[in-house]
Design a protein around this ligand. Sequence first.
Ligand code: MLT
Length: 305
Amino acid sequence: MFQIKTFNQIASLGLDHFQHEKYEVASALQNPDALIVRSANLHQETLPLSVRAIARAGAGVNNVPLDDCTSKGIVVFNTPGANANAVKELVLCAMLLCSRGAIEGINHCRSLKDVSNDQMGATLEAAKKQFKGKEISGKTLGVIGLGAIGANVANMGIDLGMKVVGYDPAISIDAAWRLSSKIEKMENLQSLMSRCDYITLHVPAIEATRHMIDQNALSHLKPGASLLNFARGEIVDSQAVIAALDSQNLKRYATDFPTQAMISREDVLPMPHLGASTGEAEDNCAIMACKQLIDFLENGNITNS
Ligand code: MLT
């Protein structure tokens, strides 16, 4: 029998739904053949010697010591696409929150504690102009990173009647456009920044993408654009984002990775890493991770999908 150890929260990520008579899924195995990890940071020194494979239940693998794993011959999997729908839906939510006066309108309504029901209708009518918004249909969405999540987001934009443009610094243009053929390709970041009303980031946090959205990139923004970051904090230079907000060139920044200077700003929508945080995404990631590990341990197959 192979042993798969789960780290931290992974035990609650839907593994109960995964049944396999030959495999034991437990949280305290001494000599696991494989590990599944979600948010915990794995360190070389804490990796049991018995481990032959690690599955990260999510898209990013920046909490796994990849170089150490490579030198020890440990195979590392992620779960591409398993949480793409969850991220896509939060992108939709964030675009709407950036465009409609929903948050301000809700806060305003909550402040009406002393208004009687008789006065309520007239009070709400008087307020509604103040919170007038814009529709996202017909606007231009820029998707940076066209892997499983980015392609899903791009297709959603098309379904919503948006014009969608895309840029991917890592994968070949042909590969990216096979995933999502209706989007217009941008040859560089600057062209995308200058075209879009909404820009959403879906690249991994690697050396090449660190501070990809910096002062230079933001200087090309279409005035009044909003930026969404449900990928990783390191991809943006947060000081440059704050400067762009201060200059009002950037209208809003919705992010799963707010800094201290951002959390109380009304033009920032700070969220606590909610992108993939749905029950369905957790189940999908956990099940995909288990299947990958079992296929590897049993058949030697390395299938990262
Ligand atoms: C991912 O990498 O897929 C997400 O960030 C998952 C998470 O919530 O940790």
